[in-house]
Design a binder for this molecule. Sequence first.
Ligand code: ZN
Length: 342
Amino acid sequence: MGHGNAIETDLKKKYGKLGKVLGRGAGGTVRVLSRSSDQKVFAIKQFRKRRPNESERSYVKKVTSEYCLGSTFHHPNIIETMDIVKESGNYYEVMEFAKYELFSAVMSGLMGREEIACCFRGIIDGVAYLHGLGVAHRDLKLDNCVMNERGIVKIIDFGCSMVYQLPFENKIQMARGVSGSDPYIAPELFTTDQHDPRLADVWSIGIIFLCMTLRRFPWRIPKAEQDPSFQAFAKPDGTGKLRLLKLMPRESRPIMSRILEMDPSKRILIGDILDDPWMKSLDHCTMDYMSPNHPHHLGDDGTVVSNPNEGISVLPPSIQGSESGRSQEAPRSIISVTPAAV
Ligand SMILES: [Zn+2]
């Protein structure tokens, strides 16, 4: 995909001045930008600088391939990647901006059971779309889910993603090495040298649902020898797993049991999750439908969208442009001091 020649060379001229930092990660820094011509707001990722031991060629390849991958995705539950701009040696990726963090909404404790299920379904739909294209995300977590002003979840950050299957090929390319954030990582990543990246994504989705429901992680890291909570969960007699499942809504337990399956060869694939009766029965919001049966909380400040019959109202209206960025640096752990009661 030869986008090299199409890269514009002046971010300021084309878009405007960079604004506040939304987040920092290993791949670069994401800032908000309001376009000078029409005030349309974007999220701009400034890619990390080239490392001293990295060739220019391999650096440019890394940057442009993340852009190329992102720009092929067009789905309501995946953030849109729109453009790439080069300016004085830096690469900037221009993306759709969705201003609300799912993490904050979850931690507010305001989300209801149906609302959580709706967001969960959005994440499943987004990941099903990616897997349908042969792409695994490989860093699925609450922090990589943002929401638009209607509470529709959008998955972000394809910096760890991989293409595991090319079009018209049957072979699944296994992934090597550990990718992701400790509590969300599938256990087999620590015990085998290669793994199916689809099934690792499925496990991470399960942890996301657990986090949304419990408002804490079930364990810090899925290593039995290091983490007593995980050790309890992984007990061969299945009692630990059962105890954890009992903390979940009853209707979610059958599918959660198949998602949080220790043996990846028995774990459910994303397409089969959508066949689950609970998943099928969910009244979930989409870009052009808003469920009359549950509201959506947009953050930790109580902002809520509901009342679909009278149009979408955002309450309270004064909470625009809050200064809380989605910083990756801040301690974001929702682990309680004592291990989870597994
Ligand atoms: Zn909804």
